[in-house]
Design a binder for this molecule. Structure first.
Ligand code: NDP
Ligand code: AKG
Ligand code: MG
Length: 417
């Protein structure tokens, strides 16, 4: 099939030297615009990212953007029902670092998640979602400023991986019969209408995620890493996640038991602890300062990241990254989805993708441009010129469009520099 990707005439690939990224001054970075509100958000975000780089480096550095296609736009561009073209996956592999907007996944039947597929194809095992509060953002809790957490969500395993068999299919019948006849699973109801899913959690998958979380805590001077799980019920998946996490912290990071365990303290004072997921959900509302870096399984991480985002103002301001720390592959993306009811209305909050871009710039070592984005976004919120989601609960706010919000951030870069 003829390639639809136009490689920019200028710019170079980002490469990996050992375990370090080698970033040219004009890196080629693939992007997927995204479905639904992705279009408005990307249009606004790319202007903010380019302006930050231009203002921080005066033209010495520049991102050469390369559009690659996935989701609904891939169907349009390739002219058939192709959701994730091979050349898109290959481009993310070849160029190492990319960014994407949200992509639609139908509920029930239809295609499986392209977002999940990309994470699996590139083995982007850590989904890193920082949750921080920007002063002035309306929040449903009394002290949102107490929330400062970074979620490390395992990104390639668990029930989220989609090993499922629909009721009434021969595959479901075979798996059910195997469970009942070969493994003696006969104490639960198994009506014919049962759908079956498989939850996979491995030691290797757990260790590389927990290792990344602890390393992040060490590198960033954080206080604790909490292993969040439902290991009392799912003993050999979520329970093992907890046990393997503690073992790794002892073996590789010198963790010593506090008062006979299971909590540990690392030589630099970082506490490794664990908490059962339902309890965690109430504690983050009541005592968020008890939590800092969080390491958790895939589905828990999905739920927790939206819940925590709500506490600091909503998923409109919740960024993220999907990273493989060994290969250097990374795709940055917001926590939220396509929010289809707002598509093409130029109203949605672009902050999550802008902040995902900010994380990407920091990942490249372009901290000056990243800092500029944070400061300018902060000022824009302080000025109370915000999109509908913040304006509806912010006294004295002026509601602006997605594109205007981006204009204001760019304009504010000069005053905060
Ligand atoms: N990584 C990805 O690509 C993801 C894709 N999805 C997919 O997106 C589709 C829609 O999912 P859905 O469950 O509705 O979740 P969404 O995250 O798309 O939207 C849920 C609600 O969150 C609020 N919201 C979302 N984005 C923003 C934003 N940028 N600014 C302000 N508010 C925002 C809106 O709330 P309000 O109505 O209050 O204004 C919106 O109605 C599904 O197909 C799903 O699979 C979902 C999550 C991640
Ligand atoms: O892939 C999807 O459609 C949903 C993904 C999601 O909710 C997430 O990554 O947080
Ligand atoms: Mg989600």
């Amino acid at each position: 099939m003829e390639s639809k990707i136009k490689v920019p005439g200028q710019g170079e690939k980002i490469t990996m030297q050992g375990e370090t990224l080698n970033v040219p001054s004009h890196p080629i970075i693939p992007f997927v615009e995204g479905d639904g509100t992705g279009r408005d958000i990307w249009r606004a975000s790319v202007r903010v990212l380019d302006a930050a780089v231009e203002k921080a480096y005066g033209g010495e550095k520049k991102i050469e953007w390369m559009e690659v296609y996935a989701g609904e736009k891939a169907n349009e561009v390739y002219g058939e029902a192709i959701w994730l073209p091979d050349e898109t996956v290959q481009a993310f592999k070849d160029y190492l670092v990319g960014i994407k907007g949200p992509l639609t996944t139908p509920v029930g039947g239809g295609i499986r998640s392209i977002n999940v597929a990309l994470r699996q194809e590139l083995d982007l095992y850590a989904c890193v979602r920082p949750v921080q509060y920007f002063q002035g953002v309306p929040s449903p809790v009394k002290r949102p400023e107490d929330i400062d957490m970074v979620i490390f969500r395992e990104n390639t395993e668990d029930i989220y991986a989609g090993i499922e068999f629909k009721d009434g299919t021969p595959e479901r019948d075979r798996l059910r019969d195997f469970l009942m006849n070969e493994l003696g699973v006969n104490k639960i109801r198994f009506p014919d209408t049962t759908g079956l899913g498989v939850k996979t959690v491995s030691k290797e998958g757990t260790e590389r995620l927990v290792r990344a979380a602890i390393q992040y805590a060490i590198d960033n001077g954080r206080k604790s890493v909490a292993l969040v799980h439902k290991g009392n019920i799912m003993k050999f998946t979520e329970g093992s996640f907890r046990d393997w996490g503690y073992d790794l912290a002892k073996r590789e990071f010198g963790g010593k038991e506090i008062d006979g365990g299971p909590w540990l303290e690392l030589p630099n004072g970082i506490v490794i602890k664990d908490v059962i997921a339902d309890n965690f959900l109430q504690q983050i509302l009541l005592r968020p300062t008890d939590y800092d870096v969080v390491a958790t399984l895939n589905l828990n991480g999905d739920y927790l990241s939206d819940a925590l985002a709500a506490q600091v103002g909503g998923i409109g301001i919740a960024p993220g990254a999907n990273i493989n720390y060994k290969t250097g592959h990374a795709i940055f993306e917001a926590t939220h989805g396509t929010a289809p009811k707002y598509a093409d209305k130029d109203v949605i909050n672009p902050s999550s993708v802008i902040l995902s871009g900010e994380m990407m710039l920091r990942h490249l070592g372009w901290n000056e441009a990243a800092d500029l984005i944070l400061k300018a976004l902060d000022k824009t919120i302080q000025d109370k010129t915000v999109t509908y989601d913040f304006a509806r609960d912010m006294e004295g706010a002026t509601q602006v469009k997605t594109s205007e919000f981006a204009d204001n951030i760019i304009a504010n870069m000069d005053s905060v520099k």
